[in-house]
Structures are given as structure tokens and as C-alpha cells.
Design a binder for this molecule. Sequence first.
Ligand SMILES: Nc1nc2c(c(=O)[nH]1)N[C@H]1C(S)=C(S)[C@@H](COP(=O)(O)OP(=O)(O)OC[C@H]3O[C@@H](n4cnc5c(=O)[nH]c(N)nc54)[C@H](O)[C@@H]3O)O[C@H]1N2
Ligand SMILES: Nc1nc2c(c(=O)[nH]1)N[C@H]1C(S)=C(S)[C@@H](COP(=O)(O)OP(=O)(O)OC[C@H]3O[C@@H](n4cnc5c(=O)[nH]c(N)nc54)[C@H](O)[C@@H]3O)O[C@H]1N2
Ligand SMILES: [Mo]
Length: 711
Amino acid sequence: MTLADLPLLAIGETGTHRAICPHDCPDGCAMIVTVEDGRATGVRGDPDHPFTRGGLCVKVNNYVDRVYSPDRVTTPLRRTGPKGSGRFEPISWDAAIAEVTTRFRSVIAEHGAEAVMPVSYLGTQGTLNGLNVGDPFFNRLGATVAERTFCDSGASTAYVMSLGPTAGVDPESLVHSRYIVIWACNMVSTNLHLWPFVMEARRRGAKVVVIDPVRHRTAKRADWHIPIRPGTDGALAMALIHVILAEGLTDAEYVAEHTVGVEDLAERTRDCTPEWAEAETGVPAEDIRTLAREYAAAQPSMIRIGVAIERSSGGGQTVRAISCLPGLVGAWRKPGGGLLALPLWAFPVNWDELSQPQLRPEGTRVVNQYLLGKALSGELGLDPGIHALMVYNANPVVVCPDQERLVAGLAREDLFTVVSEQFLTDTAQFADIVLPATTQLEQLDVMFSWGHFYLGLNRPSIAPVGEAVPNTELFRRLAAAMGFDDEVFTLTDEELIERAYDWGAPALQGITPKSLAKTGWARLTLPDADHYAPHDIGGFPTPSGRQEFASSAAAGGNFVLPLFRQGSTESQPGGVVDPLPHYIPPAGASAAYPLHLVSPKAHAYLNSTYGNLPAQQRVQGEPSATVHPADAAERGITDGTLVRVFNQRGGFLVRVAVSDEVARGVVLAAMGQWRSQAEGLATVNAVNPTEFADLGNAPTFSDTRVEVEPA
Ligand SMILES: Nc1nc2c(c(=O)[nH]1)N[C@H]1C(S)=C(S)[C@@H](COP(=O)(O)OP(=O)(O)OC[C@H]3O[C@@H](n4cnc5c(=O)[nH]c(N)nc54)[C@H](O)[C@@H]3O)O[C@H]1N2
Ligand SMILES: Nc1nc2c(c(=O)[nH]1)N[C@H]1C(S)=C(S)[C@@H](COP(=O)(O)OP(=O)(O)OC[C@H]3O[C@@H](n4cnc5c(=O)[nH]c(N)nc54)[C@H](O)[C@@H]3O)O[C@H]1N2
Ligand SMILES: [Mo]
């Protein structure tokens, strides 16, 4: 019997079940779950899934240990000690729901509904239980709209300005690439299942280039690592455009037929010489010329941009500049050529069905979650201020910047905080009420991916642990208790699945919830990866139908896509945007804080998820800050020294790893460690800034200056 013929088992039935990994990761792996007598005993990767290929990762291999961890929250909890003390007593669901809705009602009566703010992100990226699960409830309540631009909002705005909302290339087509540029992405840690496709391309003769301030796991395996100063990639991209145009390396026919604005682009990049870019980026001018020539000559060539590109003052324009490159050299012509960013657009998700923006009172204010610390401390001057907070699918204490201020805000005795969680995270520790959430093995969901073209159905394989409930059920209970009788609050998960997608869309031909229940997952109805070059003859979903070097969408000013803002599409204030890409240098250089900090993902954690679990902690090792030997010597720091990394916003304590894996002037400290387990009760997000990047209100985690001193 092959896996395709797996019988459909009942929840808890002994045998082999299917699931899809819930995490906010491009890989979206298909999992096989073994269950014995109602208890899950193991998970493994589905060998038949063309992207999962039978393997999971260090985060998820022992997922059942997460499910049955003694630290799981299994009942609703009520705070018994001071805020943040972590002292709670179990209470019933009825009591918990009653307390939450009573408190919400009294906050609304006293301050208005906008005094309630939801905070959520992608603890699970399930279509039902993920990004939008609380939106209908909070829209109906009239709560402050939480803008969620943590991840890829800036890059997506830039991408749409250049190329339109196209799903773009098939990641599996990378096997056909002749030249692969991995730009600000530590693929071996963060997109592991794409790596075999890169390796296959290399076996067929491709060259693999990594552009990153850090010589990480991926860079070490590449043919060429180009270290670069953080936040200066825009200068490199502008210089690559300059060389390609100046040396006549373009695909002139492609440029003439399928792009607009090349003359303006040439004018704009005229002075962006490799020598100019060398001074900005630290990349030798000759290397820039070589990269431009090789990239243009080896067709099809592919650029995979990581999310970190957007995380600097000029991150949006950097993505704009990089996205010009495939059009200039005609990389789109063949499978394996183009730009790989966010294949999510291929999935016909009915986002408005999920978030129900029409339930929201007109003019409801929008507050960005990135500014949560300032919002809670009163520093944004919000009127009304935030008096009730509900956090689900997120751990803001670890993932937001401005950690000190955020913690001080959460410690406000007058703030009522509800957290739905699997564990007592750093954020949950500050809750008044904690509500137990199911894991992926305990809930039903449909799973899209932002890294491949397979839609998956995750059926529950075991009954909920303790009294945990899926997020969908949580909001049904809250809506009922608030007396909301709109239809959306009465729908079962099965009914929500029917509405969550446009099942009649061309991409879903022959795919139904029922067929997915049988097969577990299915490839969207697209040409196979060996024959899929979506823009071989243009066909970009832009106003001109062409790739826009000079963007017509930019004329409307800066914007946040509805996906990151619950359907609201107002432009940003002061958002005038130059239609041509340009270089905006990183901000914040100062004599007091000369080192440039990057805080990318931890290898063994998923953002802060797993940061508390022993097996993953062992793999990740002790938190550290990597400093270049020359920078260490100047400060009298040696390997293993306990140091304070700090700036005007705060500081945190870590051991130093002295290594030339980081460029001179760069400090590397991965995010994900829990604050409650950190020496000195602070993590890297204590020093990160609250400024937005130029486009899409992206964070500027890579635009952080610090000093390092022995503690
Ligand atoms: N193991 C693991 N995998 C994950 C996650 C995780 O936490 N752990 N998180 C998931 C999520 S939510 C996301 S968004 C993705 C993100 O995955 P990636 O796109 O890989 O993003 P990051 O890990 O943030 O950063 C990648 C690289 O960018 C570099 N970098 C930082 N600033 C700059 C810069 O200015 N220029 C250049 N050229 N490079 C820079 C960093 O040194 C780092 O090596 O990973 C997903 N997968
Ligand atoms: N310094 C720095 N900061 C960063 C980043 C960075 O690279 N550097 N990356 C940014 C990026 S790209 C992202 S995506 C964000 C990530 O930010 P978050 O999405 O907040 O990521 P996590 O820390 O993983 O927190 C998710 C929480 O959801 C919980 N959870 C999981 N499943 C469920 C469920 O089904 N129901 C409920 N109720 N809860 C659940 C998990 O236990 C976990 O505590 O962080 C951002 N912050
Ligand atoms: Mo992310």
C-alpha cells in the first residue's frame, strides 16, 4: 500500500495519519503521524511529497514532544500573583470566557471599543487558525485594527510595484537554473527543503552565490560568498544594473517587449558605478563587475531574496532594484530563471471571507503591532489608550522591538491581557487570563505555502490535549458570549474551509476539500516545474502588463497590502514614492554605537517557538553574539566572554563567539531566545529600533547600531 492509499482514520485511531506542518516557514511540510491508542507516537516527512521528500527538520522532528510537553498549557488559567510573576490558577472555560467578555465590555463602556487591541501573527499559518482567525471577532467588536507588517510586507509592496501580484517562479524549477543568487537568506536553516533543488542545479553545472554579512551554514556550502555591509544591498543592486546596462549585457528583445522604463533606469543608475558601490557595501568593485557579468551570461539565472532584505531603512527600494535584474537579462524566459520571493499569490484564498472587513466600523483606527511597546506605554498618544489586549498566535515580548518598553507596558496593572497559547511564553507570563490552544495534531486546517505550490489539508489525528481548543473554536466561544450572531461566528471548521478558498478557481481544478482529505495535499493546477516560466513572454499583472522598472503603482504612494492589514488599503501618510528604484543608505551610524547588528532566525527555533524546549535548545546551543576578531581585539574581548550588547534603547547579555564568519563591523545575534531564560532578562529585541523601512511599514531589524563591552 502506498501512502496515497492511506485509509481515512478517525481521530485517535491507531494507525498512520496525515498532517501538514503548521509553521511560518516556506517549506510547509507534509507529515505522517503515527498514532497508537489515541496517542501520537511520532511524526516524519511524507516521502511522496515532492517538496518535503521524506524529511522534516530539527525543529519539528520531535513534534510529539511539543504536543505532550509537561509545560503545555492544558486548562484556562487566571493570574494569582503580580503581573509577570507567572503565578496562575486553573479555571473553567466558562469562567474564563465570562471574565474575558465582562472585562472587554467594561473597557468598551468606559473607553470605547478601540481601547481593545488584538495582537497576532503566525504561530500557525493555517488558513483557518492563522493570520486572520480573530479578525471577524475584533472587526465586529470595533477594536483597534492591528497592522501586521512583521514579515515581507515591505518586500511585497516593492515586488508588487515592480512585477504586480504574481506568484512568480516555481521553487522546484530551480533545478534548471544556471546561476543562483541567494540574497539575504540562510536557506539551510530557514528554507531547508529548497536546498536539494539548489544542489541538483549545481550538479547540473549551476554556480551558487550567497550575498550576506554572515558566512552562515548556507554561505559555507556556496561556490561564492560575498560579504556585504547590512542595509547596503541597494547600492550593490544599483551597481549591478549599472554594469549590465553600461556593458550591454541586457536581453534587448526582452527589455523592449516586456518591460517599461529602461531609459529612465539607465539615467538613474548612470553614476552607480561599482567603485561607488564598493564604498557603500564593502564589496570590491571587481567582484561587482564579475557578479553582473556572470549573472547576465548564465541563463536562466535565479535570485532568491530572503526576508532580511527589507529590514533596513531603504529595504523596499532595495527589493525594487533587485527585481529589475531578471527583466534586464531576460532571466524570465526559461524555467529556472527570474526572482523567487513569495509564491503565496498562487493560492486562491478568499482573504476577505477570512477577515470580514465589512464588519468593521468605518474609520476604525489602525495601530501597527511593531509599535506595541509605544502603544502600551502611551507614547503613541493614542486616544483612547490600549486598556485590553488579546494575544494569539504570537509572542510579542520576543519578536517585537523595544522590548523594555513593551514589558513595562504589559506590566501595567490597569491593562487587561488575554493570551491564547500552547505554552507560558514570555508574553503569556504577563496575562490575566491564559487560554489553552491546540497544536497542529489536534486541529483541522487547510495549509497554503509561501515556498511551494502544494495545498494541504491538515486533519486532526488526536483529540485535544487537556482542554485546549483551536483558535477557530476560541473565537466562536467569545463571539457567542458577546452575543454576536453574524453567520460567520456560527460556521463550523468544515464550513469555513468551503469559504476560505475559491474552490472553482483555475488553480484548484480537480481539487476539493474532499479530494484533499484523501490525498493529503495536491499541487495547484499549474504547468509542471520543468515547463513553468510564468513570465517567458511577459504577462505581468501590472497596470502596463510589463515588468515596470519605472513603477506606475508607486505613483499612488507607499502602501501596505491588504494581507498585512485586514483588508484596509489606505495609503500611508507622507508616502510619496519615487517610481524609479534608488539607494537609501542605512540609518543610525554613530560614533557611540559603531557596530552593525543583525538578528536573523535561529537554526533550531521557529522565531521564538521551540525556544523553551530542551531538544531544540541543545541543538541551538547557548545564545551568543558573534563578533569579528578585529572588533573583538579592539575591545579586549575573547571567545566566551560575557558581554553586554547595547545602544540607546537597551541592552542584553550574551557570551561572545569571536569569528570571522561575520564581516568586520558586524555583530550577529540570532533572535528566538526566551527573555525569561536570558541572563539579565533581555534578548536581542531590546536593542532593535521601532522605525519603519521605506515601503510597506516593514521592520528595520537590520538597521541597528550597537556597542559591545565586557559585562
Ligand atoms: N530555522 C528557522 N527557520 C525559519 C524561521 C526560524 O525562526 N528558524 N523563521 C521563518 C520565517 S518567519 C521567516 S520570515 C524566514 C526568514 O528566513 P530568511 O529569509 O533566511 O531570513 P533571516 O533568517 O531573518 O535572515 C537571513 C539572512 O539575512 C542576513 N541579513 C540580515 N540583514 C541583511 C542585509 O541587510 N543584507 C544582506 N544581504 N543580508 C542580511 C542575515 O545575516 C541572515 O543570514 O524563515 C522561516 N524559517
Ligand atoms: N530581531 C528579530 N525580530 C523578529 C524577526 C527577526 O528576524 N529578527 N523576525 C520577524 C518575523 S519574520 C516574524 S514572522 C515574527 C514572528 O513572530 P511570531 O509569529 O509572534 O512568532 P513566534 O515567536 O513563533 O510566536 C508564535 C506563538 O504562537 C504560538 N502558537 C502556535 N500555534 C498556535 C495556535 O494554533 N494557537 C495559538 N493561540 N497559539 C499558537 C506559539 O506557541 C508561539 O508562542 O518575528 C519578527 N521578529
Ligand atoms: Mo517571518
